[in-house]
Ligand binder design. Structure first.
Ligand code: CUA
Length: 318
């Protein structure tokens, strides 16, 4: 179940602090609003009553007015300083990651999808996936961010604030999920026509489940055994698919598009645009432009038998 994508439904320590700041600002602003409106209504009522009774302005009202404005300005300065202080203190607690050797994920923004590489000290431990990032519950996770084309911004409101991804420059941020669940994130910086369809899912799960996921992702794709899937693999590596995508364990090794080694383990395709079903995948391969106009993936014309075989192969990439 996917909780509402909202800063007001925090599921981790960073988002919880930001949410507290939000509620603090909200209640202070609400209090100021109610007080101001109260004074306004009161003064209008008083002026009307005076006008009706033909009462003259009280002596010394000019000085009283000056005093009221001074008090009001003083209160405004105090409230703004309070906001500033709280804001800075929250900002300070957000920056340092409370772990010496955190799980590190390198995330690269592309038009319009997310590449995620799980960094590991050993070369064989590294693996790459796309648009769906698994993390263990209750552990801080470090993200190293880069952009491959234009500026993007990562935002998973239930877990943390935004962070920009800038071409040629590595930025970083961290987050932590304290409740298991699937959290929707999205690009928060306009990056071209399909900016709105650049979603990412953070799947927070218990450590054991996460470890099992990692172990599976590290494996190269299984060699298909049935005839149709074998044919599908051949279609993949000999057609235009292999010019942009990788599948570990095959000759396809291009990094232009998302890594498809474990495509079938993801719940969506096209960065959260479509469900990962056979029919959606089929439409996507034939004409990606129809569901995501402007996307870099060109239409792929395949004979119906080849397309069916390819789909069977891709569905087997668990
Ligand atoms: Cu990437 Cu907006």
């Amino acid at each position: 179940m996917i909780p509402d994508q909202s800063v007001l439904a925090s599921a981790g320590p960073l988002a919880a602090r930001t949410e507290r700041l939000w509620w603090f600002s909200f209640w202070v602003a609400a209090g100021v609003y109610v007080l101001t409106m109260g004074f306004l209504v009161w003064s209008i009522a008083r002026a009307r009553r005076r006008a009706r009774d033909g009462e003259p302005m009280a002596a010394g009202s000019d000085q009283r007015m000056t005093r009221a404005v001074s008090y009001g300005s003083g209160a405004t300065v105090v409230i703004l300083l309070l906001f500033l202080g709280f804001d800075l203190s929250v900002g300070r607690t957000l920056s340092p990651i409370p772990s010496k050797r955190p799980l590190t994920i390198e995330v690269a923004g592309h038009q319009w999808w997310w590449e995620a590489t799980y960094a590991d000290t050993s070369a064989h431990g590294r693996f790459t996936t796309a648009n769906e990032v698994h993390i263990p519950v209750g552990e801080p996770v470090l993200f190293l961010l880069e952009a491959r084309d234009v500026i993007h911004s990562i935002w998973v409101p239930n877990l943390a604030g935004k962070k920009d991804l800038v071409p040629g420059y590595t930025t970083s941020f961290w987050l932590q999920a304290d409740t298991a669940g699937v959290y929707r994130g999205q690009c928060a910086e306009f990056c071209g026509t399909q900016h709105a369809k650049m979603a990412m899912f953070i799947v927070a799960e218990p450590r054991a489940k996460f470890d099992a996921w990692v172990a599976n992702q590290r494996e190269p794709a299984k060699t298909p055994t049935d005839e149709s899937a074998q044919r599908g693999k051949e279609v993949f590596v000999t057609s235009s698919c292999a010019m942009c995508h990788s599948i570990e364990g095959t000759e396809a090794g291009s990094k232009v598009g998302p890594d498809l080694t474990h495509l079938a383990s993801r719940s969506t395709i096209a960065a959260g645009t479509l469900p990962n079903t056979r029919s959606a995948l089929s439409n996507w391969i034939r004409d990606a432009q129809a569901s995501k106009p402007g996307v870099k993936m060109p239409p792929t014309a395949l004979a119906p038998r080849d397309l069916a075989a390819l789909l069977t192969y891709l569905e087997g990439l668990k």
